[in-house]
Ligand binder design. Structure first.
Ligand SMILES: Cc1ncc(COP(=O)(O)O)c(C=O)c1O
Length: 399
């Protein structure tokens, strides 16, 4: 890892969670509960950007501290720490759809086989596979059931049919917050010789991501959710055992070795993960992302996850005591930072839209997904915010 203390503004690890929350001005006047949607920027990332722009205005691309190879290396090292892999497995790109498309168009699948995707999956892990339907490969959706165990049973039933070539799965469902048992899913894929691809946008930074252990062939995830990074930046993971049939479909100016020597044209490609940047990159976002990763690393990646669980538990208990029916009551043994409110225990009809609009009037921001009110806290959410939510919910119920 490059010495980041000599590159980025110093990051003083806050002494408690209240101080962490203060890194997010949005939390002082309102409450952001949509961190699995789009995370706001921290003052640390904002100050880092100001520092970078200051250098860039004076030195342009020769900005001494913010050199592209150094920033890229540091991002790769932090991500490889989170994923427990090597920096060379990590590629930088823009979003999940881009990564899934690139991968899906760059492999070979035999005719007559199936691609399996989970029910109600986010479109970024569906549309990129659709082109296979014109090539003799079908797409089927596996029901997630009510619990992670149900899902495993449904998955096993599908795999036993013997015609599944590839499973592309999100370890955490974006609407219900259910977290799947990826250890067992990895074992099942090995047992049935099924290629395993992961959409990690809802899982990386939120739940453990042991891609190597699970034998994940390829994964891609967004930076702007659980990793608190910038919109429009994504990360690709490419395993070392990626099959020989992988050939990145696009060739851009940045795909070949020594790409800063433009001529003569040549064919010798960079190592596979580097090829995901086809050409000139969104470097401002890299700086923002590195600042967010540096902040999370200072707080601790594991500690961050534990805190997400802690505050989610508090929220779940508070809402359950008020009589709300939560999706996660069906899988109490699973830790998730996505709380999906599916109803209310009393006979009163539950309208998630009505509740979301009411909370918005209180500057409490949630969303509705698949008929549930979705609440997704992160480290800027504190006990104080949970109490404010509880008071607002009481007011809503008393109406
Ligand atoms: C499961 C899942 N995958 C991917 C994304 C983001 O997709 P993209 O990076 O293509 O915008 C989301 C965003 O909500 C998501 O929930």
């Amino acid at each position: 890892m490059p010495n980041l203390n000599s590159i980025l503004p110093p990051f003083e690890t806050p002494k408690d969670w209240e101080s962490v929350s203060k890194l997010y001005p949005i939390q002082s006047d309102s409450i952001w509960f949509n961190f699995c949607g789009i995370s706001p920027i921290s003052t640390y990332a904002k100050d880092t950007m100001a520092d970078f722009f200051d250098e860039y205005s004076k030195f342009g691309i020769f900005a001494p501290r913010y050199s592209e190879p150094t920033i890229k290396q540091a991002i790769r090292e932090y991500i490889s720490e989170i994923l427990n892999c090597s920096p060379h497995n990590i590629g930088l790109l823009h979003n999940t759809s881009e990564g899934m498309n690139l991968y899906s168009h760059s492999i070979q699948l035999p005719k007559g086989k199936r691609i399996l995707i989970i029910e109600n999956e986010y479109p970024s892990n569906v549309y990129p596979w659709e082109h296979w339907q014109n090539k003799g490969v079908t797409i089927t959706f596996v029901s997630i059931g009510e619990t992670p165990m149900d899902f495993l049973q449904n998955l096993k039933t599908e795999l036993e049919k013997g015609d599944v070539a590839l499973l592309s799965v999100s370890p955490v469902h974006w609407c219900t917050g259910v977290v799947f048992d990826m250890d067992t899913i990895g074992d099942l894929c090995r047992q049935y010789h099924v290629r395993l691809v992961v959409d990690g946008s809802q899982s990386v930074g939120h739940v453990p991501s042991a891609f190597k252990k699970w034998d994940v062939e390829f994964a891609v995830f967004a930076a702007w959710k659980w990793l608190l990074g910038p919109l429009g930046m994504g990360v690709a993971y490419l395993s070392d055992t990626v099959p020989k049939d992988f050939n990145l479909i696009f060739k851009g100016a940045g795909s070949v070795k020594n790409d800063s020597n433009y001529l003569p044209y040549r064919d010798e490609r960079k190592p596979p993960a580097d090829q995901f940047e086809h050409s000139t990159a969104n470097f401002n976002d890299w700086v923002y992302f590195l600042a967010s990763l540096h902040m999370l690393s200072g707080i601790g990646f594991d500690r961050t996850r534990q805190r997400i669980y802690e505050i989610s538990d508090l929220l779940s208990n508070s809402m359950t005591n008020l009589g709300f029916k939560l999706e996660n009551a069906k899988f109490p043994e699973v830790k998730s930072g996505i709380i999906a409110v599916a109803g209310w225990n009393e006979k009163k009809a539950f309208s998630p839209e009505e509740l979301q609009i009411f909370l918005k009037t209180k500057k409490i921001f949630t969303v509705v997904r698949l008929g549930r009110l979705r609440i997704a806290p992160h480290i800027p959410v504190t006990e104080k915010h949970v109490r404010i939510l509880e008071d607002s919910l009481k007011e809503f119920l008393a109406k």
